[in-house]
Design a protein around this ligand. Sequence first.
Ligand SMILES: Cc1ncc(COP(=O)(O)O)c(C=O)c1O
Length: 422
Amino acid sequence: MQYLAKNMIPRPTEIVRASGIKVYDSEGNEYLDLTSQTLDLNLGHGHPVILDAVRSLLDTEGFTYYVSPRFKNRYVAEFAERLVGLAPEGLNKVNLHMCNGSDANEDALKRARKYHRDNNRRMIVSLNGSYLGASSETISASGGNIWKEPCLGGSGDYIFIDPMNPYRKPEGMTIEEYTEAKVREFERIVKSREDVAGIIMEIIPFNAGVLVPPPDYVRGIERVCRENDVAMIVDEIQTAFGWCGDIFASNVYGIQPDAISLAKGMTAGFPALAATVFKEKYDVLKPGTSEYSFGAQSLGCVAALANIDYLTTSGILDTIPEKHERFMSHLTRMKEKYPFIGDVRGLGLILGMEFIHDDGSPDMDIGVDVYHAAFERGLLINIPTTERGRHSAISIKPPIIITPEEIGDSMERLDEAIKSVL
Ligand SMILES: Cc1ncc(COP(=O)(O)O)c(C=O)c1O
């Protein structure tokens, strides 16, 4: 461990075994994992459909585990076709030559800027509190300031606006007025400047605290982008592949953005593949400007195909609304019991809980205590990382295969953890 760099910050616990939503450490302790590890494992740990698909490819006579992305590969072609079939209408091109969400977001940013190169538009609107990746450019694009240091580079060509936060809507405004004001704010920026190439946003800004906007907000942003030929890039690295009840949250919101970035749940967490799906007019990059050695590899594609087959044929997506209600009824009960819980919210199985002081202002510290108390009770939850280790919200994003009993058990542990920090 002493050779690991500081940025890796491992906790002393060593995970040695996992199955479904349960992980076990080297001391034999069991944890219910409501984080899907780093929010990747939509089908939980060691799902048989993923293991079988990968095993069967590995066992194929003559299978080569690495072929250069410069050669044709039927698994890549097949997966790209499946993605286009499930993506919102009009998104019919795929770049699969990437490994991480950061690569995918950067790919989409490059496309937006290259598309607008002749009219010198290169500014991108991004949301405060967002996390978009760890490459220099995606650190620069992220709205959470803790990661930014001038020496880390990135273009800095971003305009930051606040995400919509229905829980903290301005006093005296209805949600409809607030929605309209936020769409107008974006429209004003686009119309008052000559240099806006696009916007990059999550539909549900996860690291900003799981903020669920009304559909009219997201559709309003889409309208402004369409009317002004500005690229709407939707980061679905957290929201795609089942958690919101569809393969794409964009489908749930009924939008057709210009580009969608994908990673994490795309392969059900099997390393390592990322993608962008986009409209043909953004197919503007030259070979070599957005491809990585380990992108577009067969094992990742086969895992992703098995994942999509399972999601679309097993009926699992139909269970999401009922599981959402089950979680929400537990979370709502906790909110009624503990006055320092200000809000509980979520879409599908992406859920958040916000802590407040007596005067209603955000309590940035209690979440960390709840996080540690939950860990001691064998429960893994997540604190969004906008401010290092501190946030007024905790988030819950379990594998979607979680059972009603596991929801009940995990919510009991969360309740105990919250009670213990009183
Ligand atoms: C919304 C969002 N975008 C992008 C990323 C970056 O993905 P990766 O870590 O695979 O580069 C993350 C990672 O947590 C994320 O949550």
